[in-house]
Design a protein around this ligand. Structure first.
Ligand SMILES: [Zn+2]
Length: 185
């Protein structure tokens, strides 16, 4: 199966979005062609050189074509912060008591009192992360289907024939799913 651009109906100027982003510049080999393709100042063309394509424009395209950012897993971070915040006052309080400093027991109690809060904070951070993670996975599934046509400066999904400029990628990925075809009467 070969993909063709829905605008120019050709496959010689296509590159998978993920490979544009990972190469950091818009160049490479394309289906049925051994030369690189460049898109400079609104024009596209073929080239066999590599220096031709180094420029801000290709970098900008790679940036626009970058995949959605993966959320950071809070589990490790929460563990470190939580054990520090939770155990420090208790350790300090015990240390104060060994020095016969009376308020040491209040420091210990204060440390114990923060534990349920820490537990709640880490649980909600992890829940939020899990939500973000599944939203990100959906975005990646959409993203991995997308192609870019250098000739038309357009991104498209060959399955659903959705076409849009690279600047609209973030908006496109934000939609929870492809809009259903609604038939009005
Ligand atoms: Zn095209």
């Amino acid at each position: 199966m070969s993909n063709v651009c829905p605008i120019c109906k050709k496959d010689d100027a296509l590159q998978k979005l993920s490979s544009i982003a990972s190469s950091g510049s818009a160049r490479g080999s394309f289906s049925g062609s051994s030369v690189g393709l460049a898109h400079i100042d609104g024009k596209w063309g073929t080239t066999s050189g590599s220096s031709y394509l180094s420029g801000t424009l290709t970098t900008d395209l790679a940036k626009l074509c970058a995949p959605p950012k993966e959320p950071v897993n809070p589990r490790n971070r929460m563990g470190i912060i939580g054990s520090l915040v939770g155990t420090l006052p208790i350790m300090l309080g015990i240390f104060m008591l060994t020095l016969d400093i009376g308020i040491g027991k209040y420091v210990i109690l204060g440390g114990l009192a923060t534990l349920p809060f820490l537990r709640w904070a880490s649980t909600s951070a992890i829940r939020k992360y899990d939500d973000e993670q599944s939203a990100w996975a959906l975005k990646m599934a959409k993203y991995n289907k997308l192609y870019y046509c250098f000739r038309d400066d357009a991104i498209f999904n060959p399955e659903s024939i959705e076409i849009f400029p690279p600047a609209d990628l973030a908006d496109f990925l934000k939609h929870p799913s492809n809009p259903p075809h609604v038939v009005d009467d």
